[in-house]
Design a protein around this ligand. Structure first.
Ligand SMILES: Nc1ncnc2c1ncn2[C@@H]1O[C@H](COP(=O)(O)OP(=O)(O)OP(=O)(O)O)[C@@H](O)[C@H]1O
Ligand SMILES: [Mg+2]
Length: 274
């Protein structure tokens, strides 16, 4: 669905390319995590993927539409929504429901369709009781949900979530991810989650690890966990459970596999050893 073919990008004032010759095909309905530390080019990649930026060289196509043609960009942006950090700046209205209606209104849809889309979106994020609330009175997590509802009301075929969950508590973050994955499954939407954290990525079909504008590794979440050295070399933090397994193995001389993601599984292995 989102296809990058040898894409490179340099900002007007940057010395070297920020995205270097990336080739990647995100399939329709696929759930992809893009992992990388600060400055690795994740947000730039996201902006290229929804045609907010156009590659210097190479091509970005969404369902066959090339972002090089100006007339395709608006359509690409409708098909691939990008939710960035700090949704506060995105609120345009004093009422939650008006805010969510803003996008569909710009599509020129009839009022009854807009109403339906707003109600459905509010339901999907479990915020139907807040339709007539002012967004600024909501908590951080609720604002995230409303920003997401605004995105869903546009019925995009693809959603890119750019680290906008990092302001949430760990629990809030994992609730939001569960919600995104559920929506992606139910509506068969493509989901690209951009993050610096290896926690909460087990639902993904693939993980692309970005380093200095290049895809260093394209693999499955579990396979990634078996590359402990590479993860540490890249300055990414291991998931908590993996760090615990590492410590146990070092201290007790055990060989518990590093690709365990569930606490229950770890406990089942540990109990007979005690
Ligand atoms: N508008 C811009 N103009 C010039 N350089 C930029 C611009 N935006 C980003 N950069 C540079 O491009 C590189 C990649 O930035 P980008 O924001 O894509 O990284 P990131 O992986 O999203 O980082 P973070 O984890 O901090 O969000 C950085 O070196 C950054 O300084
Ligand atoms: Mg970023």
């Amino acid at each position: 669905m989102i296809r990058l073919d040898q894409v490179s990008y340099t900002y007007a004032n940057s010395i070297s390319p920020v995205i270097k010759n990336i080739t990647l095909n995100v399939e329709a309905g696929e759930k992809l995590v893009v992992l990388g530390k600060n400055g690795s080019g994740k947000s730039t990649l996201a902006r290229l993927m929804n045609a907010s930026l156009v590659p210097d060289t190479g091509n970005l196509t969404v369902n066959g539409l090339n972002s090089r043609q100006a007339e395709n960009r608006r359509i690409i942006r409708q098909q691939v929504s990008l939710l960035g950090a700090m949704p506060d700046h995105g609120f345009v209205s004093n009422l939650v429901e008006e805010d969510i209606a803003f996008g569909p209104e710009n599509l020129g849809l009839p009022p009854s369709d807009i109403r339906k889309r707003v109600d459905t979106a509010l339901n999907l994020v479990s915020m139907e009781d807040y339709a007539t609330y002012p967004p600024y009175l909501l908590s951080g997590g609720q604002k995230q949900r409303i920003a997401l509802a605004g995105m869903l009301a546009m019925q995009p075929a693809g959603m890119i979530i750019d680290e906008s969950l990092d302001m949430l508590s760990r629990r809030g973050r994992s609730e939001m991810i569960n919600l995104l994955v559920k929506i992606s499954r139910e509506q068969a939407t493509t989901l690209v989650l951009i993050t610096q954290s290896i926690e909460d990525i087990w639902w993904a079909d693939r993980v692309a690890v970005l380093e200095q504008g290049e895809i260093k590794l394209l693999t499955t979440p579990r396979q990634l966990l078996l590359q402990l050295q590479l993860i540490e070399e890249m300055g990414l933090q291991l998931p908590e459970i993996t760090r615990i397994i590492q410590s146990i193995n070092q201290m007790a001389g055990t060989t518990i596999p590093a690709d365990i993601t569930e606490l229950n599984t770890l406990v089942e292995i540990l109990c007979p050893l005690l």
